[in-house]
Design a protein around this ligand. Sequence first.
Ligand SMILES: *Cc1c(COP(=O)(O)O)cnc(C)c1O
Length: 457
Amino acid sequence: MELPFAESWKIKMVEPLRMSTREERELWLREAHYNVFQLKAEQVYIDLLTDSGTGAMSDRQWSAMMLGDESYAGATSFFKLESTVRRIMGMDYVMPTHQGRAAENVLFSLLVKEGDVVPGNAHFDTTKGHIEGRKAHAIDVTTDDAKDTQKEVPFKGNVSLEKLEKVLSENKGRVPFMVLTVTNNTVGGQPVSMANIHATCELCHRYDVPVVMDSARFAENAYFIKMREPGFADKSIKEIVLEMYRDADAATMSAKKDAIVNMGGFIATRRKEWYEGAKLFCIPFEGYVTYGGLNGRDMNAIAVGLDENTEFDMLDTRIRQVQRLAAMLDEYGIPYQRPAGGHAIFVDADRVLTHVPKEEFPAQTLTCELYLEAGIRACEIGYMLADRDPETHENRFGGLDMLRLAIPRRVYTDNHLAVVAAALKNVYDRREQITRGVAIEWEAPLMRHFTVQLRRL
Ligand SMILES: *Cc1c(COP(=O)(O)O)cnc(C)c1O
C-alpha cells in the first residue's frame, strides 16, 4: 500500500481554542458594526482573516531569536538577513522595514510622484493605497482569465502583456516602475508563470521602466512554477526563485507571509541609487538602515524562515492543505476562484448570495453569515476593499467580490478546515433566504475595509 501524504513537521506547542454560542456571536458582531476586523480575536473560533503574521514559527526560528543581536547599528542579525536575501533573491542591497507596506512606503516615497502611472497585476490594497495616496494612478493589467472564477488555468495571476504595453506606450515618461505581484493575492493567490515574469520584465525594460516585485508569496509562486510549468519539475525551489528575480530591479517583501514570521519586511534591490535614495525615507520613518523598525531577533527569524520556506516539503505541506479545503468545497458545490490559490480559497460571493444586490456588498454579507454560523473569521476581498474611485467617489463594483479563507501557515489541522467547509455549506444551503446585505454608516477615505462601520439591512 502506498503511504498517504503527511505534514513535513510535527507540533511542539499548542494554543487552546474556544467555541462560542450563536447568541454571543450575534451580540459581538453587532458591537463590531458588522465588520469582522473590529472583533476581538478571543471572539473568534477559527481565524482565517489573513495568513499574514499568523503563521507558527519553527523551533529553528525560535532558537535563532535567542541569538538576536540588538545593537543599534551593524548588528550581526542584519548581516544574517542581508546575506540570506542576497543568496535567495540574488539582489545586493537589502533594507529591513517593519512590514511590507513600510517597504512600499519607503520605496514609493522615493519613486512615485503626483500624476504618475503605476501598472501592476492587481495591486494589493496597501500598494494601491500608497500609489493613490500620492495622487498617482494604479492601473490593473492582470490577464482577463482571472475575471472568470470558474475557468481553470494554471497561471491566473499573469500579466496581460497587451494591457501592459498599452499603459507603457500611452504614458511614456510617467511610469516610475511596474509592480509585479507574486503570487497575485487580489485575484485569489494565483501564480505568475516564469515565462510571464520574463516577458513582463523584458517588455518593461524595452520601455525603460523598472520592475518591482511585490514578493509576499514568492516561495508559493515558485512552488506552482515547479508543479505546473514545463521545464521546472526537476529544479529546486531555490533555483526557481533565483530565476524569478533574475531580471527584476527590486522587491518589496512582507516577511509576515512567506518568511513565516509575525512581523517584518524588507526592500531588496540591485539598483544602488534606489538603495541610497530609500535610506532618506527609511531613517526617519522606520529606523536606521540596519534595523528598519525590526528587532535583531526578528531579523534572525526572518533569515531562518526565508531559508526554510524555500524548501519544497514545507511548501508542499502548506499548499496541499489549501487544496484539500478546496476539494471539500467542490464536494458541496460551493463556487470559488479556480484553481485553489496558494494561501487561500476565494469564495465567489456573487455566485453564492445571488439575491443580495452589489450595492449591499454580497461578500461582506457572507463574512458576517460565516461568522454567525460558526465563529469563523474570513475576510472580504471585494467591493468594500476596492474603496471608492478617487475621482468620482463612486463605489467600484467592476472587479470580483470574494470571501477569502486565508490559511495561516502551520497553524490549523485538516479537522479545523473540515469545520470551515461544513459551516460554509450550511450558509450555502440557506443562501436563497439571504436577500439583504449591509449598508455603510461610516467609512475612511482610504483602505476603508479595516475600519468601516456597517448596518444590517
Ligand atoms: C500583505 C501584502 C502586502 C503588505 O504587507 P504588510 O506586511 O501587510 O504590510 C503587500 N503586498 C502583498 C501582495 C501582500 O500580500
